[in-house]
Design a binder for this molecule. Structure first.
Ligand code: ATP
Ligand code: MG
Length: 419
């Protein structure tokens, strides 16, 4: 990618009405554009980050047997009447709309009502189970407040997986696998050390659901954390009985703010019963399927990472999701600098390294360095007449102030090894 051809523009200030740090930084770095509260456009480089996050989630869902599908945003009213969720008093964040002929429709906030009737066409017996379809899709929620940037969208990207099992045991086994997969995901996203499994309210089918809560002052949830045991309890269910049940001790729990980046839930037969989703078990008996649901806010995760991983100068992306690995700044337009930078760009790109080449002739060194820091890629490389006198490029990691000279003929090797 050449900066001169890229549709990106950094800015000194975020819009005055944007109060969330994650959105301020992402807007300033040219990754997203704010359309209205809770609604953002992902610009070319921002979309790369979102896609990189989605791909990590995909890999881990596929690894536990998930199968990706894509369901529609438009929702049939009657399905929700069956489960009691059309009522605005039951689901208070619906967006609803109408066909020209007056038929009411909803914009999907979650997809249990799609999958249960759909799977009736595919599941007959225990031999077809367990099954775990998932999607990465846009959700619509008429959130009362949307002031947390990407962390609370009114239109946002979610990964939602739904598991179906023939028995509680089979459900539990899958649920535990999903828990481990979630931990892996947040590790890979660079927020594993700050993300804790949190027991929360479980609905009518299990004692608890499990949320994945990332510590942050900007979080909207309050949790009680046992740092040593690495588990937490959501404030909404905190009481002496729950603390005891989880083997924790009240005065070892720390009250902290956190962001719910994901959650997993046992839905029991809540959505299989109304749709008559059954299968024949090993004993020839027809039973309602046990359902689980597993959400991750993909765009919320991007907001959370931006919110947490930054410094006074800008964003600091983990290598795993960075939109590019190297910000290559060429200073001055001396012929040898131009040629060498061009060659380095081609060689690095040829070796599979993602490079943003700042080839602008009208930008100063200060502007380029400020942009490199703001945009937050792991490595900054500088090629100038000064570095060329040493036959080198200057390398600086985003997380350190030290610079080092790297000989041009060792550039690709050095960068490949540092990844
Ligand atoms: P919250 O309590 O934050 O409103 P929720 O309980 O409504 O979350 P779910 O319905 O379980 O969330 O959705 C699954 C996941 O989707 C959440 O864990 C979160 O990561 C993400 N999510 C939920 N609402 C939003 C939103 N408005 N914007 C972005 N991500 C969201
Ligand atoms: Mg909600």
């Amino acid at each position: 990618m050449r900066r001169s051809q890229l549709f990106v523009k950094t800015r000194r200030d975020a819009p005055a009405d944007e109060t969330a740090r994650n959105a301020q930084l992402l807007i300033r770095a040219g990754y997203v554009h704010k359309e209205m509260a809770g609604v953002y456009t992902f610009l070319p480089l921002g979309l790369r980050i979102l896609t990189n996050i989605a791909n990590i989630v995909r890999e881990e869902m596929d690894a536990i047997g998930g199968q990706e599908i894509l369901m529609p945003a438009l929702q049939v009213k009657e399905r929700y009447e069956k489960t009691g969720r059309w009522d605005d008093k039951v689901v208070d964040d619906w967006f609803k709309t109408k066909l020209v002929n007056g038929t009411e429709l909803g914009l999907g906030f979650s997809h249990e009502e799609n999958l249960s009737p759909l799977l009736k066409n595919f599941i007959n017996s225990y031999k077809d189970l367990p099954i775990a379809p998932y999607q990465i899709q846009t959700k619509f929620r008429n959130e009362l407040r949307s002031k947390s940037g990407l962390m609370r969208g009114r239109e946002f990207l979610m990964k939602d997986m739904y598991s179906y099992a023939i028995s509680e045991d089979q459900h539990k086994a899958f649920y535990e696998k999903a828990k481990l997969a979630y931990q892996k995901i947040f590790e890979r996203l660079g927020i594993g050390d700050k993300t804790f499994i949190t027991s929360a309210s479980g609905g009518s089918f299990s004692k608890y659901s499990h949320e994945f809560q990332t510590l942050s002052e900007a979080g909207e949830d309050t949790i009680y954390l046992d740092r040593k045991k690495k588990v937490a309890i959501n404030k909404e269910v905190l009481n002496d009985e729950v603390i005891k049940d989880l083997g924790l001790v009240r005065n070892e729990l720390e009250e902290v703010k956190a962001i719910e980046v994901g959650n997993i839930f046992n839905l029991g037969t809540k959505f299989s019963e109304p749709f008559g989703l059954k299968a024949v078990d090993e004993h020839g008996k027809s039973v309602n399927l046990i359902m689980g649901c597993y959400g991750i806010g993909i765009s919320r995760a991007m907001g959370t990472i931006a919110e947490l991983l930054n410094d006074g100068k800008g964003l600091i992306w983990p290598e795993s999701i960075a939109p590019f690995t190297v910000y290559l700044a060429r200073l001055g337009d001396a012929q040898n600098a131009l040629e060498t930078a061009e060659k380095a760009y081609n060689e690095l790109t040829g070796a599979g390294v993602k490079v943003l080449y700042d080839d602008r002739r009208d930008a100063s060194a200060g502007e380029m360095f400020a942009d490199a820091d703001l945009m937050g890629s792991p490595i900054r490389l500088v090629i100038s007449q000064k570095t060329l006198q040493e036959g080198s490029a200057e390398l600086k990691k985003r997380t350190s102030d030290d610079t080092q000279l790297v000989r041009l003929d060792k550039l690709v090797e050095t960068i490949a090894n540092s990844q």
